[in-house]
Design a protein around this ligand. Structure first.
Ligand code: 48N
Length: 320
């Protein structure tokens, strides 16, 4: 029995693909149950059927897009490492202010959001001190006003809203389950370290976790004139970029995150968000490892406003 025709279809060249119009995609999908809205399906389950599909169409629909994105973002304007509250806030601000910039977000976890799915110690409400309520208003997330601070009823409401807004920007692509396992550098005699950051080295996270027990599994790369690292405070993956700066001797040593002091921590993180070495801006809790700032515990205003500042610093770089 000869193999079904679909096997002989060679995938069209990625470059002539246009997802919006569907040109060049498998279009031999039959006309299954066309439903203009959910009400049209009510009570019609006896004769219900999905439109026909062939498994390879699903594979091609996913792989074409993913590899086209890898091709597109191999040269990015900005790479954000870490899709936690700071990285996502940075992306949100850049997506709004600079739709012309191509931005790749690299997130080691399958699920983005970092530590912002719960408010603290598994409690769900999320606290932000004013003036971070301005960010919540801009984002359109409701909160209860408690005077000097506000409370979002569930941290997941904040994080899912922020994530959904970031994912809708056409100039931003999230590569989750993907780890930055090194930084691309270039010699730069104008800097103290003699180098500048020029992109990131990536691998599937599961591969990055098994370099010690598998033979060579070389990484992929993304070139970008600016990297914004928001990988959180020290932990299995945390503080990645700043620890790498020390091991490549671009920074002498880290200050190391200090004990919990909400008031001093949040001001220091927001004010300190900056380009730590040329081509690398550090924000969020990763910065506490650089500057020896305190940690703030279960309050997130500094994360979002560090993101606002990181975006501002990034735009300055592109306006230089
Ligand atoms: O949420 P985090 O860890 O980091 P931030 O800075 O966005 O937010 C920190 C915040 O959640 C707190 O820690 C709160 C305020 N508590 C403070 C305190 O006192 O304890 O997100 C970092 C993200 C995570 O999703 C990681 O998976 C990811 O970065 N990540 C990486 N992604 C790709 N490549 C890497 N090398 C990497 N390292 C971490």
């Amino acid at each position: 029995m000869s193999p079904p025709a679909a096997i002989h279809q060679s995938p069209p060249q990625l470059s002539n693909m246009s997802y919006k119009s569907g040109k060049g995609l498998d279009t031999n999908i039959g006309n299954g149950t066309e439903a203009k809205n959910l009400e049209a399906l009510n009570g019609r389950w006896d004769n219900f059927n999905f439109a026909p599909i062939r498994e390879s169409q699903v594979s091609r629909a996913m792989t074409r897009r993913y590899f086209a994105d890898l091709d597109t973002y191999a040269e990015s304007d900005i790479v954000i490492i870490g899709a936690g509250s700071c990285g996502l806030s940075t992306a949100y601000m850049l997506g709004k202010q600079r739709p012309d910039l191509k931005i790749a977000i690299i997130e080691a976890g399958v699920s983005p959001g970092g530590g912002a799915w719960l408010g603290g110690q598994l409690f769900s409400a999320m606290v932000m001190r004013k003036p971070a309520d301005a960010f919540l208003r801009d984002l359109g997330v409701e909160f209860e006003d408690e005077g000097d601070f506000v409370v979002v009823k569930h941290a997941a409401l904040f994080t899912s809203t922020l994530l959904s807004k970031v994912l809708t920007f056409p100039n931003i692509k999230l590569f989750n389950a993907t780890t930055v396992e090194d930084l691309i550098t270039r010699p730069d005699p104008t800097t103290n370290s003699g180098l500048r950051i020029a992109g990131v080295v990536t691998n599937w996270t599961l591969v990055s976790m098994h370099h010690d027990d598998q033979s060579c599994m070389d990484p992929n790369t993304i070139n970008a004139p600016l990297v914004i690292s928001t990988t959180g405070h020290d932990g299995p993956f945390g503080a990645f970029s700043v620890k790498r700066l020390v091991s490549m001797q671009a920074v002498e040593k880290l200050g190391g995150m200090r004990g919990l002091d909400m008031r001093s921590a949040e001001d220091a993180i927001v004010k300190g968000t900056r380009e730590v070495v040329k081509g690398l801006i550090v924000g969020g809790m990763e910065l506490s490892e650089v500057d020896g700032a305190n940690r703030m515990g279960p309050t997130f205003g500094a994360m979002v406003l560090s993101g606002v500042k990181a975006a501002e610093e990034a735009i300055k770089v592109f306006e230089e």
